[in-house]
Write a protein that binds this ligand. Structure first.
Ligand code: SF4
Length: 492
């Protein structure tokens, strides 16, 4: 994933800073509670929601199981329709491909549709380094870009900003990027939207290159689908001469009929809309309509490794609705930035450590950024059992993750703790497979029991500080059994 967040502190430290920010907490609480209530109402209108959820889960699982076949089908279909397919193993390769494609057009600026995949790979920064300016055109992404900020929510990247802050950002920053904010701009939603509309329109009309992601790729025809609410995506997808779409390999669905499920569950789960305001679909290129050149960059960037994990792979079902963020008590208080990834909230806590590995402090801490209350699982439209994956990833972390600090204080020592646990397990394994030695050890422990310490030394001291060590009985169980049962029931 992108290096944008490299060096982030572990979640507990980042979250501590966030929860002290009363404005941030107020913004988040208001926004998440509003969206969550609207979503619950929109979902309750659908009598077969449970069946749709199950269908979405099955379609995604089926596709992931046969991803090799569907990827080839996508490549063949897109190529047959006049598109050009590129394969990117990681973020660097994807950025190199996109940068080269833009340079080949001779352009030095591009317009972008909101895209998690391009954020994941840090495309804007990679383009900037090569002298290419990328303009975000989604309203919330525009606010983030103008504010030199980072997104904190999948669907509403500027959820941490209130209207007054947005007005101030527009007033002070718009002129640096193009058309300035209108004089006397207030913080009313209509005025803010109009300011963004005027600012963006000249970019849409000027841009020769558009960059997008996709919500879905239909394998049977090679059709890409982008769903959005503002219409900016439609402008980026249709006006430029060249369109480059960077899409994670998990975004494939086998057939058009599968869209029936997701085009019902996604809008209700994300924006609480009954149907999506703008649904753009395109298949390769079409003479006399839309971009002349279409490139599809299929992105792995850790997805194949995630797919190899039987428990963790369910994270690849995600359709990025962000319903899990809006119900999460941890996200509501800590905010999105504390997760150190473009994927915040519960899905980020299971996706980032899988895509990036658990080698860094922030990624090793993410599986613990949850109370395991299960609200995320309840609302997920593709039934990702996020708590199950969190617990699974905690196991992975303790098998070799780094020490996690909170300021100067060590709050989690997974690697060290696990080494001691492994040593204890190895000793237990040896003892249990050598019954004679076990019996001798038990008798010795019984005879010396009055000499045993009441607390453990070293790292075990913390454990016994709040627990009593179990007392060793005066007579080992096996001896008692032998004495009282005399070898009956097979006891020796
Ligand atoms: S994990 Fe589920 S609820 Fe969360 S964003 Fe993905 S699809 Fe939506």
């Amino acid at each position: 994933m992108s290096g944008t967040y490299l060096g982030m502190p572990a979640f507990p430290e980042a979250a501590r800073t966030a929860v002290r920010d009363a404005t941030l907490r107020g913004n988040l609480r208001h926004a998440t509670h509003t969206i969550r209530a609207k979503r619950a109402k929109a979902v309750s209108e659908v009598s077969d929601w449970a069946a749709l959820r199950e269908a979405g889960k099955r379609i995604k699982d089926h596709t992931l199981r046969h991803l090799d076949r569907y990827l080839v089908q996508v490549e063949e279909a897109v190529t047959a329709a006049g598109g050009i397919v590129h394969w990117a193993a990681d973020a660097d390769e994807a950025n190199r491909i996109v940068t080269r494609l833009v340079k080949e057009t001779g352009e030095s600026e591009v317009v972008k549709v909101k895209s998690m995949a391009t954020q994941e790979i840090g495309l804007n920064e990679a383009l900037e380094a090569e002298g290419i300016r990328a303009y975000e055109t989604d309203l919330a992404e525009l606010i983030v870009q103008l504010g030199k900020d980072r997104p904190s929510h999948i669907l509403v990247p500027a959820i941490h900003r209130n209207r007054g802050e947005i007005r101030d950002i527009f007033r002070s920053e718009m002129s640096e990027w193009g058309r300035p904010a209108p004089d006397g701009l207030t913080d009313t939603p209509a005025e803010l939207a109009e300011a963004a509309r005027l600012h963006l329109r000249e970019k849409f009309l000027r841009a020769k290159v558009g960059i997008s992601g996709a919500n879905f790729v239909v394998a049977e025809t090679g059709t890409l689908v982008v769903v959005e609410s503002e219409g900016n995506g439609r402008m980026c997808l249709t006006l430029p001469e060249t369109l480059i779409s960077v899409v994670g390999i998990e975004k494939i669905v086998p057939a058009w009929r599968d869209l029936e499920v997701f085009l019902q569950t996604l809008p209700r789960s994300s924006t609480a809309e009954r149907m999506n305001p703008y649904t753009s679909m395109w298949t390769g290129t079409t003479d006399g309509d839309g971009p002349r050149t279409f490139h599809l960059v299929l992105l792995d960037n850790g997805r194949t490794d995630t797919l190899a994990d039987e428990v963790g792979r369910q994270a690849l079902r995600c359709i990025r609705c962000s319903a899990c963020l809006n119900v999460c008590p941890v996200y509501e208080r800590a905010g999105g930035h504390a997760y150190g990834s473009v994927y915040p909230g519960p899905i980020g806590a299971i996706l980032s450590p899988q895509l990036r590995g658990t080698g860094s402090e922030i990624d090793a801490s993410l599986p613990y950024a949850s109370s395991l209350c299960g609200a995320c699982y309840e609302v997920c439209p593709v039934a990702i059992d996020i708590p199950e994956v969190l617990v699974h990833l905690r196991e992975r972390v303790v098998q070799g993750g780094p020490v996690i600090r909170h300021g100067n204080k060590v709050v989690l020592k997974p690697a060290k703790g696990h080494a001691a646990e492994r040593a204890a397990m190895r000793a237990a394994q040896w003892a249990l497979s050598h019954p004679g030695a076990l019996r001798t050890g038990q008798r010795l422990a019984s005879r010396t029991r009055r000499l045993h310490p009441r607390t453990l030394p070293g790292p075990g001291r913390a454990w016994t500080g709040s627990r009593d060590l179990p007392e060793v009985p005066a007579e080992p169980f096996r001896d008692w059994w032998q004495r009282t049962r005399g070898g009956r029931d097979g006891a020796k």
